[in-house]
Design a protein. Structure first.
Length: 591
C-alpha cells in the first residue's frame, strides 16, 4: 500500500511538473502561431522582443515589447507596445492557439503616418478580419504625421476601446489627459480603407470641460487630411478655453459662452466653416470663418453679418462712471499670438447711447499689430468714421485713434466715448490721439495728439453761464452754476485742443448764443479729471454791446465740481479783499 501510494504521489508530482513546464512553454509556442497568423492576414511582420508568459486573473497570454511593422517600404513601426495581453480559455491554452479577436495593448504607440508617396501606415494588403476585432488601449499614445505637408497631431495617455469590423469599419471611444483636462473622444469610420482613397463617412466627437465638438461627414487623407460635413462646437467660456490652449488672455466679463454650427471644410492645416451660425455672449452672428495653422502664428479670417451687435460687452467702459480709469490689464499681449482678418456688418450697431447705427467694421491683426476701422451711416445723414490701432509687438503696447464725425450728434458721441452727456449739438468733431500702456489709466496718462469740434444749435446742460457770471461777481462758486436745473444754449461752439501727457490744452474756445458770448483757454487734465481754465463770459445786448466782469473767470479743480471765481490775484485766499479789488476794477473799467 505504501509503495502504491508512493508511486501514485510520484506520478502526480511528475504530472504537475509536466503541466507547469507546459504552461511555461506554451506562451512562447503561441508566438510562432501568432506571427504566422499576422503575416497571413495582414501581410505584416509581428515581433515579440520581451518573451511571453501566462497571466492569471484573468487568464491570458502576456507578450512583452511587441511591435507591428509598417507596410513594406515604409520606415518605422505601425504599432509598438510595452505589453500585449491575449485572453485564453482552456481550449486555447492547451492548443497553444489563442483567440486573437480580443486584445489589450498597454503602453502602446500607434503611428498613423502618410509618406511622400501617399502610402498610409494603416493600409493592409490582406483582407479584413473574418470576425470583429476589439482592442483595449491602456496608457497609450496616438500620433499622426503627414510627410507631404508636415501636418502633425499627437495625443498621449489614451485609454479606450477600439473595434474593427469584418466590413472594414472601425469605432473608438476613449479618453486622454489633454493639458491637464480630461478629454473624451468618439469616432466611427465606415471604412478605414476608404480614408486614404475617396474618403469614408465619419462621425467624430470631442469633449473637455471647456469645449465640445461633434462632426458628421466625410474624412479623407487622399491629398491632405480633409474633413467635410456638418459640425457643432460649444465653448463654455472663450477666455478660459484660450488660456487652456496656451494664449495669454486676461480675465474679463466678455467673450464667455460661444457656439458655432455650420459646414466644416478642412484642407491640411486650414479649416473653414461655411454658413456658420455663431453665438458669442448675447450676439448672434452669421457668415464664414476660417483658421489657417500652417504658419507659426495661426490666422483667423471671418466675414460676418448680424442683425444687431453691441460693443458694450466687448469694449472696456470709458471710465467716467466709476470715478477712475480702468487699471486692469487690457490683454494686448494676445495680439502677438495670432493673425486675423475680420469683417462685420450690421444694420444696428449699439454702444453706449448709440443704437440703430448701420455699420461696417474691419479688423486685422498682423505680427502683433491690430488695426480696425468702422464706418457709421445713421439715418439722419451723419457720417462717422473711426480708425484704431494697437501695436502690441513691443513690451509696451501703443494705442492710437483717429475719429471724425460730420453732422454728428455730440451728445451721443461724447456719452459713448467719454461717458459725458452734457454737451449737445450737431456738427463736426475730429480727434487724432495716441498713447501707450497696458491699462486705460496708462494710455490716458500718455495721451497726445490733437482734437477739434465745431457745433451748432446745441446746449451745455447743467451750466447756466449767465447766472454764473452774476454769482461769481460776489462769491466763489463751488460747482458749475445751475448744475442741476439749467443749461446754456448756443448757436455755435468751436474749439481746438492739443493733447500731451494726458492733458488737453484749449487753444481757442468760442461760444456764441442768444444774448451771450464766451471765450476760454486753459487745460483739461484727462487722467485726473480736472480743469484749469480761464473763461471770459459776456452778456450781449440787443444793440450789440457787451457786459461782463473786468477780469476773466478762473475755473479749476475736479471737472465735476470745480471752483469758479474772478481771476483776481489773491482772491481764493482772501475773498473779501479780492472781491473789493474786483469792484474797484469794475468801477474803473465801467463794467
Amino acid at each position: 500500500m505504501r509503495r502504491t501510494l508512493a508511486l501514485g504521489g510520484s506520478a502526480i508530482i511528475v504530472l504537475l511538473l509536466a503541466l507547469a513546464a507546459w504552461l511555461a512553454v506554451v506562451p512562447n509556442l503561441a508566438i510562432a502561431g501568432i506571427e504566422a497568423h499576422v503575416r497571413q492576414n495582414l501581410s505584416r511582420n509581428f515581433e515579440v522582443k520581451g518573451g511571453a508568459h501566462l497571466s492569471f486573473a484573468p487568464l491570458a497570454f502576456t507578450l512583452e515589447q511587441v511591435s507591428l511593422a509598417s507596410p513594406e517600404g515604409m520606415e518605422g513601426r505601425f504599432i509598438t507596445a510595452q505589453r500585449l495581453r491575449i485572453p485564453v480559455g482552456l481550449a486555447q491554452l492547451f492548443g497553444a492557439a489563442p483567440d486573437l479577436t480580443a486584445l489589450t495593448l498597454e503602453g502602446a504607440e500607434i503611428a498613423l503616418l502618410v509618406d511622400e508617396r501617399d502610402r498610409a501606415s494603416w493600409e493592409f494588403s490582406g483582407t479584413a478580419p473574418a470576425t470583429p476585432l476589439s482592442i483595449r488601449l491602456s496608457t497609450s499614445a496616438v500620433r499622426y504625421f503627414d510627410a507631404r505637408n508636415g501636418q502633425a497631431l499627437a495625443i498621449g495617455d489614451v485609454n479606450g476601446d477600439l473595434s474593427i469590423g469584418s466590413d472594414g469599419g472601425i469605432a473608438f471611444t476613449g479618453s486622454s489627459d489633454l493639458k491637464g483636462r480630461l478629454a473624451r473622444y468618439g469616432m466611427v469610420l465606415k471604412s478605414l480603407a476608404r480614408v486614404s482613397a475617396d474618403g469614408s463617412p465619419a462621425t467624430l466627437s470631442f469633449a473637455t470641460p471647456e469645449i465640445t465638438a461633434n462632426f458628421d461627414g466625410r474624412l479623407s487623407v487622399a491629398k491632405v487630411l480633409n474633413l467635410d460635413g456638418p459640425v457643432d462646437i460649444a465653448i463654455t467660456n472663450l477666455r478660459q478655453a484660450a488660456r487652456w490652449a496656451g494664449l495669454q488672455v486676461e480675465e474679463g466679463t466678455s467673450f464667455g459662452a460661444v457656439t458655432i454650427s455650420g459646414a466644416l471644410g478642412s484642407s491640411g492645416r486650414a479649416f473653414a466653416i461655411r454658413q456658420a451660425n455663431i453665438t458669442l455672449d448675447q450676439a448672434n452672428v452669421y457668415g464664414e470663418i476660417a483658421i489657417d495653422t500652417r504658419n507659426a502664428a495661426p490666422k483667423l479670417q471671418a466675414r460676418l453679418t448680424t442683425p444687431n451687435f453691441s460693443l458694450d460687452q466687448f469694449l472696456p467702459p470709458p471710465g467716467a462712471s466709476d470715478g477712475a480709469w480702468g487699471r486692469l490689464p487690457l490683454g494686448f499681449a494676445v495680439l502677438r499670438q495670432f493673425d486675423a482678418e475680420i469683417t462685420l456688418e450690421t444694420p444696428d450697431l449699439r454702444y453706449g447711447l448709440l443704437n440703430n447705427q448701420p455699420a461696417q467694421m474691419v479688423a486685422t491683426v498682423t505680427g502683433g499689430k491690430f488695426q480696425a476701422s468702422m464706418a457709421l451711416r445713421p439715418s439722419d445723414g451723419a457720417i462717422l468714421s473711426a480708425g484704431f490701432t494697437i501695436d502690441a509687438s513691443s513690451a509696451v503696447p501703443v494705442f492710437s485713434a483717429d475719429v471724425k464725425a460730420e453732422g454728428a450728434d455730440a451728445r451721443l458721441l461724447f456719452a459713448t466715448l467719454l461717458g459725458q452727456d452734457w454737451l449737445s449739438g450737431k456738427g463736426t468733431i475730429a480727434a487724432a490721439l495716441s498713447g501707450s500702456g497696458q491699462t486705460q489709466e496708462e494710455i490716458i496718462a500718455t495721451l497726445k495728439g490733437a482734437a477739434s469740434l465745431s457745433l451748432g444749435n446745441g446746449a451745455i446742460s447743467g451750466l447756466d453761464v449767465a447766472a454764473g457770471l452774476g454769482e461769481a461777481s460776489f462769491r466763489i462758486l463751488d460747482n458749475w452754476p445751475g448744475v442741476s436745473t439749467s443749461g446754456t444754449g448756443f448757436t455755435s461752439l468751436a474749439a481746438n485742443f492739443t493733447v500731451a501727457d494726458g492733458i488737453a490744452t484749449i487753444g481757442n474756445l468760442k461760444l456764441d448764443g442768444r444774448g451771450l458770448a464766451l471765450s476760454a483757454t486753459g487745460d483739461i487734465d484727462l487722467l485726473r479729471r480736472a480743469v484749469d481754465l480761464k473763461a471770459d463770459p459776456r452778456l450781449i445786448g440787443a444793440d450789440g454791446t457787451s457786459a461782463g466782469l473786468p477780469v476773466k473767470l478762473a475755473v479749476n479743480g475736479p471737472w465735476a465740481r470745480p471752483r469758479i471765481y474772478p481771476d483776481v490775484e489773491g482772491l481764493p485766499g482772501n475773498p473779501q479783499k479780492g472781491f473789493a479789488a474786483l469792484k474797484a476794477l469794475g468801477a474803473t473799467s465801467g463794467n
